[in-house]
Design a protein around this ligand. Structure first.
Ligand SMILES: NC(=O)N[C@@H](CC(=O)O)C(=O)O
Ligand SMILES: [Zn+2]
Ligand SMILES: [Zn+2]
Length: 350
């Protein structure tokens, strides 16, 4: 794939005193540059072991912080495990990196209220992740009884102002795979928000116009969504273009073009409810290219450029910075980054 788009080239650090508003898009002849506040990634899979070591620098070179997903084997279900995982990430970071992993807990039917209190007190756990059991990669230990066994924990999360991050798909095999997000909104998210209107919810990696409408209909500051580069750039044709394309397979699966367009409109509108979450999900090559390929797209080395391409093509580069660098920390109640990153438009080959 040959692209002409904005390629991140360097992070410039400014001390707070010298902080000034980014100058924004500058067109200097053929050389186009854009300087924005350093982005964060609000949905990232770093894995562990060798894979962690192989991928972490790709995120750390562009992003200031990342919400690190807990779907390891075994999953990160306790604050103690999150602390250990965090240490193993910090250990393999490049020495000059100030990348900060923001840890999450994997919700199960047996998570306790005390665990949520511990998580909040730890100062390193920022959210709890809901995987409906069987919905996606390493979700077999996920939630089976959200409105029953998990309810006390959700109430504690309201008390602790701890966001619930949601993989929003039903797992019923009788529901068509392309409808699983829409049905999840109707049967789980809408009742959940009615029951717990003060719970902060992030609908992760949205893929449909139904999700866009749902998020826009909720109270700002309580419900938001992350958006991946692949769901902004590809539709479901890309899964079958010239043959089966396993590297375009992720969950929730890519949808029709009308859905892609709705998501592009939502993020380029300047709405505060949508922010960057790459869902970069590395898998070993032989697990993608085989008779039963697993779900997940690895994108962190190129994600920021791809987002910039989407905003540029929509004529909305002036809205890019809010999506990449402001809306996420504002929703989580965290400070925006001080450092900045320069994007330079250039041709490159992936
Ligand atoms: N998105 C994916 O297709 N896969 C993710 C899990 C997830 O985010 O659902 C993974 O961990 O591989
Ligand atoms: Zn997911
Ligand atoms: Zn994910």
């Amino acid at each position: 794939m040959i692209n002409s788009l904005l390629l991140p080239c360097k992070v410039f650090k400014f001390p707070p005193k010298k902080f000034e508003r980014p100058k924004g898009f500058q067109n200097k002849g053929p050389k186009m540059e854009l300087t924005i506040t350093q982005p964060d990634d609000w949905h990232l899979h770093l894995r562990d072991g060798d894979l962690l070591e192989a991928v972490v620098s790709h995120s750390a070179s562009h992003f200031g912080r990342a919400i690190v997903m807990p779907n390891l084997k075994p999953p990160v279900t306790s604050t103690a495990a999150a602390l250990t995982y965090r240490e193993s990430i910090l250990k393999v970071l490049p020495t000059d990196s100030n990348f900060t992993p923001l840890m999450t807990l994997y919700l199960t039917d047996t998570t306790s209220r005390d665990e949520i209190k511990l998580a909040r007190r730890s100062g390193v756990v920022y959210a709890v992740k809901l995987y409906p059991a069987g919905a996606t990669t390493n979700s077999q230990d996920g939630v089976r009884d959200l409105f029953g066994k998990c309810l006390p924990v959700l109430e504690e999360m309201v008390e602790q102002n701890m966001p619930l991050l949601v993989h929003g798909e039903v797992t019923d095999p009788n529901i068509d795979i392309f409808d699983r997000e829409k049905v999840f909104i109707e049967t789980v998210l809408e009742p959940l928000i009615q029951q717990l209107p003060r719970l902060k919810v992030v609908m992760e990696h949205i893929t449909t116009m139904d999700a866009v409408r749902f998020v826009e209909s909720c109270k700002e500051g309580y419900v938001a969504a992350t958006v991946t580069p692949q769901h902004l750039l590809l539709n479901r044709n890309s899964l079958f273009q010239g043959g089966l394309q396993p590297h375009n397979y992720c969950l929730p699966v890519l949808k029709r073009e009308i859905h892609r367009k709705a998501i592009v409109s939502a993020v380029t509108s300047g709405s505060k409810r949508f922010f960057l979450g790459t869902d970069s999900a590395p898998h070993e090559r032989q697990r993608k290219e085989c008779s039963c390929g697993c779900a997940g797209i690895y994108n962190s080395p190129v994600a920021l450029s791809l987002y910039a391409k989407v905003f540029e093509e929509a004529g909305a580069l002036d809205k890019l910075e809010a999506f990449t660098s402001f809306n996420g920390p504002d929703f989580y109640g965290l400070p925006r980054n001080i450092s900045r990153i320069k994007l330079r438009k250039t041709s490159w080959k992936l």
